[in-house]
Design a binder for this molecule. Sequence first.
Ligand code: MLT
Length: 409
Amino acid sequence: MIRINENYLKLQASYLFSEIGKRANAFQEAHPEREIIRLGIGDVTRPLPEACIKAFHRAVDEMAEIKSFRGYGPEQGYDFLREKIAQVDFQSRGADISADEIFVSDGAKCDTGNIQEILATDITIAIPDPVYPVYLATNVMAGRTGSFNSGRYEGIVYLEGTLENGFIPELPAEKVDLIYLCFPNNPTGATITKSQLQTWVDYARENKALILYDAAYDAFIQDDSLPRSIYEIEGAREVAIEFRSFSKKAGFTGTRCAFTVVPKTCVAYTGGGESVAVHDLWYRRHTTKFNGVSYPVQRAAEAVYSDDGMAQSKVLIDYYMKNAALIRSEIAGLGYECIGGENSPYIWVDGRMDSWAFFDMLLEKAGVVCTPGAGFGRCGEGYIRISAFNHYENVEKAMQRIKQALVLE
Ligand code: MLT
């Protein structure tokens, strides 16, 4: 008899963003006359930078010629892209990362979800609450948790984010082996300083733990004193893996390109205490299960680092950050406490009511889709996340409608 992976039965209903899409679509079907504005999932709305489009076209033309045609590329990405990433994203900021420590992939979601495969199943994991749901769900699938009780999976050490700690969790009281961190944070938009991040790196070094650092939103950092990479922190090369993405940085959500940095000095241990380079394990996993991002996409990503590409990507970021500033000031003007939106495209709002009820209310009364905070964990209950990814005119309209809805509430 064929049997299932019963860990899947522990998962909570559907994936958060699928559930939101389902509810928004059902509402649209029931009210075809209503125009819905989607500020739920963080999906970009602006076209790719022109430099990327040109590079994309050129690469497609190369594929049409026998002399320049390319078949399989290196699984971990072409050197032309990895070298640019290493120089611009890391070395230029004093972070000692080389091209051969970079693995190009089709998404930070896949990489943050897949990375746990190279680690033991009986480790202790610390996961923030609220959190991007992929980290937790993929560990549930892998059997690293018990069942779900009162909003929490047994066996996980939850790092609580609250208004009081500014959604920067404290170090765990107990010893943990694996720590997920995400800054600028999804969903709260909170940011971490270098000295705060140093305490996490020090903790990992003292406890032989590993940090999985999701920096998919680094491009939104406006305050230059904040770290964009964990490798700006002393000692991080030994204890951290970092995830980055072109999705939000340059509008690649539909194009798909991201990368993961696994320094060659980063180690984990066998049961007998022998240290092993996690780079070698991830290399083995990546080359076995992945055949590389398509050549034209990698050329388009490379163009992000050209002078034109850098300037054009900044225009995109500035555009969304203008949306974020508008959302934040309008929501705060209505008397709601919120964070984020200053170095992040997400605004995290204390709705002072059940977050799914707030979601339904905004959908029904304002025709605006947000993300209920409870979908990110128990500490997210009472909050909603508003995404700045949409056209400015839509954000303006959404804010007008929200104002009316909340005033009538
Ligand atoms: C989000 O809205 O949190 C993100 O767009 C989801 C993702 O990047 O997978």
